[in-house]
Design a protein around this ligand. Structure first.
Ligand SMILES: Nc1ncnc2c1ncn2[C@@H]1O[C@H](COP(=O)(O)OP(=O)(O)OP(=O)(O)O)[C@@H](O)[C@H]1O
Length: 311
């Protein structure tokens, strides 16, 4: 029996204690991924979110067997990434990997379809990716977004159980991005597992069931959008406060940052904090607003909070 079938019931992805470093020209090694563990269940739509250099692409490369971990293990459907890919269960839409500029969209899909043992069919893949209308267009005449959709059609061909997408909407304008996610949503609704890397908070927020936040090679948070937002500190309280004013002992403070004459607090109890600031300190021009996902992102990735703007 196929080892992939024997492993029915295994999580779609199980990454355990994985580390990966790269040599650089300056002889210093870059630790791209450090002790990363991640389990993804069938049917989950997971966003891997993080700033540049966080380790997202390296994690996806490990998952797709394109690179081997220095430590730890990577399993896809209970088997090695390479066997899962050979079995046609995994497809990827990556940043790298070129298309032939002189081929038409249909020719490209037809050529790749011929390499697979079984496919959903050229027309069906083009339809699902929303490129039927541009089937006769040369790849060189397609926009960046259309080329991404073409790559998406190629990824859909083998009818994979897991789709891995690295910044799939890079280079797309707002409309193309919205259309792309609409077709992705249809794929996810049919029970496919989707793991996508993105810089865009709003993509993670509007599309993923679960957000895995990476920074400096590590997973710094993992949860639903609302769980992550709560990690942002609940609410943000900002006020003018002279340099040197004591802020120790103020209630409900999760974190504190000074920006010139202003102090920015994240707080789980903004009412108590605001009251204390206004009655026990010389704070003025006080503002309170709920923490956004962006605040959680900034705080957890160590990139600082954003100043509450009146809204
Ligand atoms: N082949 C490589 N050789 C040397 N360094 C590498 C290599 N691949 C990745 N790195 C380094 O590892 C770190 C993580 O890179 P990675 O591409 O995984 O991050 P990322 O989160 O995908 O970033 P981005 O959003 O910019 O694509 C970075 O510091 C990067 O420069």
């Amino acid at each position: 029996m196929n080892s992939l079938l024997e492993s029915a019931g295994a999580p779609t992805i199980r990454i355990t204690g994985v580390a990966k470093s790269f040599a650089t020209k300056t002889s210093r090694r870059v630790e791209a991924v450090k002790d990363v563990s991640l389990t993804v269940a069938p049917g989950e739509v997971v966003a891997l979110l993080g700033p540049n250099g966080a380790g997202k692409t390296t994690t996806l490369d490990l998952l797709l067997g394109q690179t081997e971990p220095d430590a730890g293990s990577v399993e896809v459907f209970g088997a090695s990434p390479v066997s899962a890919i050979r079995a046609g269960r995994v497809s990827a839409l990556l940043q790298t990997g070129g298309l032939l500029p002189d081929a038409t969209v249909r020719e490209t899909v037809t050529t790749i379809a011929a390499l697979h043992r079984s496919t959903i069919g050229v027309d069906e893949a083009m339809e699902r990716a929303g490129i039927t209308e541009i089937a006769g267009r040369r790849v060189s005449k397609c926009s960046g977004g259309q080329q991404q959709r073409l790559k998406f059609a190629l990824a859909l061909l083998p009818d994979p159980d897991l789709l891995v997408l690295d910044e799939p909407t890079a280079g797309m304008d707002v409309t193309a991005r919205r259309d792309f996610w609409a077709s992705m949503r249809e794929q996810a609704a049919s029970g496919r597992t989707v793991l996508f890397a993105t810089h865009y908070l709003e993509e993670a927020e509007s599309f993923a069931d679960r957000v895995v936040l990476m920074a400096r090679g590590r997973i710094v948070a993992d949860g639903t959008v609302s769980e992550l937002r709560a990690l942002g500190g609940g609410s943000l309280v900002s006020c003018d406060l002279p340099e040197g004013a004591a802020t120790g002992g103020l209630p409900g403070v999760v974190s504190e940052e000074r920006r010139g004459g202003r102090v920015l607090f994240s707080s789980q109890d903004p009412d108590a904090l605001a009251r204390a600031l206004l009655t026990t300190t010389t704070a003025s021009r006080l503002e309170v607003r709920p923490a956004s996902l962006e605040d959680a992102f900034m705080r957890l990735t160590g990139e600082g909070l954003t100043e509450p703007t009146a809204n």
